[in-house]
Design a protein around this ligand. Structure first.
Ligand code: CP
Length: 308
């Protein structure tokens, strides 16, 4: 298994064994705590789109291990504003650093960057396409909660709710779950259903996929409920958006029908889809999930830098 120098562009580029190796290394790094793994190493964080967790947790992952970080979180302050191409920007940055983390609004931008970069590029999210480091941390979180994900002792039911059409974290996670023994439940507003290509991937992997009648069924039937944000800009009619928003909102009262072990995940940011009263139930797990970003991103960075 070779990771040094590798590009992290899509979860589809990783085999099951490689995914499990990343999760194992993340667990070792988490147990070891802070150190100097990345001493003398420099990361560039190039964020052409807003981010809180991805950028800051990559930066914290680096700084907690003695590495250094440079970059930008507002492309308007860079020469992109003057018309410099993405390829030329990468051709410059790759000469300055050891690893690049990039988020970009265009599908495929990370792959383009990787084609012109000598150093590893980690995709921090490209358009509606992929967000692989989020997927590794989602899998790490599920495996910590439910070791059966890796042992295959029983079939977990993972439900996805919300915008399944444009949610890149959903696309990446569904693809990754095809390597494991899970059943998938889906519930999405009309027009925002999971694209056919991901249903085809599940079918090819032999994963059972069912459409839930709505959030109540998904809550009652699942071990993991993966909520996503509904994006208002996708709805031409604000009245329709308000109606759908109300039907894709979980609150504490709705969780009375849940299994005791149900855990709710969300890549965050949440807007309206999880009421704050859920935060005080044992089912809420989205903040620890975000915390898992540190060891998982340390594992990815360490592996591609060849220091783990
Ligand atoms: N989960 C996630 O990608 O969050 P950010 O957009 O804040 O990075």
């Amino acid at each position: 298994m070779r990771f040094a120098g590798r590009q992290v562009l899509s979860i589809a580029d990783f085999t099951r064994d490689e995914i499990v190796h990343v999760l194992t290394v993340a667990s070792q790094v988490e147990q070891r705590g802070r150190g100097a793994l990345f001493s003398g190493k420099l990361m560039a964080t190039l964020f052409f789109e807003p981010s809180t967790r991805t950028r800051l947790s990559f930066e914290a992952a680096m700084l907690h291990q003695g590495g250094q970080v440079m970059g930008f979180s507002d492309a308007a302050s860079t020469s992109t504003k003057k018309g410099e191409s993405l390829a030329d920007t990468i051709r410059m940055v790759e000469q300055y650093v050891d690893v690049i983390v990039m988020r970009h609004p265009r599908d495929g931008a990370a792959r383009l960057a990787a084609e012109v970069s000598r150093v590893p590029v980690i995709n921090g999210g490209d358009g509606a396409n992929q967000h692989p480091s989020q997927t590794f941390l989602d899998l790490y979180t599920i495996a910590k909660l439910f070791p059966a994900l890796l042992t295959g002792d029983r079939q977990l039911t993972v439900a996805f709710a919300g915008d399944l059409k444009y949610g890149r974290t959903v696309h990446s996670l569904v693809s990754a779950l095809c390597h494991f023994k899970v059943k998938i439940l889906l519930t999405a507003p009309a027009g925002l259903e999971l694209p056919q290509q991901y249903l085809d991937e599940c079918a090819a992997a032999g994963l059972p996929v069912e459409i839930a009648s709505g959030l109540p069924e998904a809550i009652a039937a699942s071990d993991v409920l993966y909520m996503t944000r509904l994006q208002e800009e996708r709805f031409p009619d604000p009245v329709e958006f308000d109606h759908i928003k109300a039907s894709y909102r979980v609150n504490a009262a709705m969780l009375r029908s849940a299994k005791p072990e149900l855990r709710i995940l969300h890549p965050l940011p949440r807007i309206n889809e999880i009421a704050t009263d859920v935060d005080f139930t044992p089912h809420a797990h989205y903040f620890p999930q975000a915390g898992n970003g540190i060891p998982v991103r340390q594992a990815l960075v360490g592996l591609v830098l060849g220091v783990l």
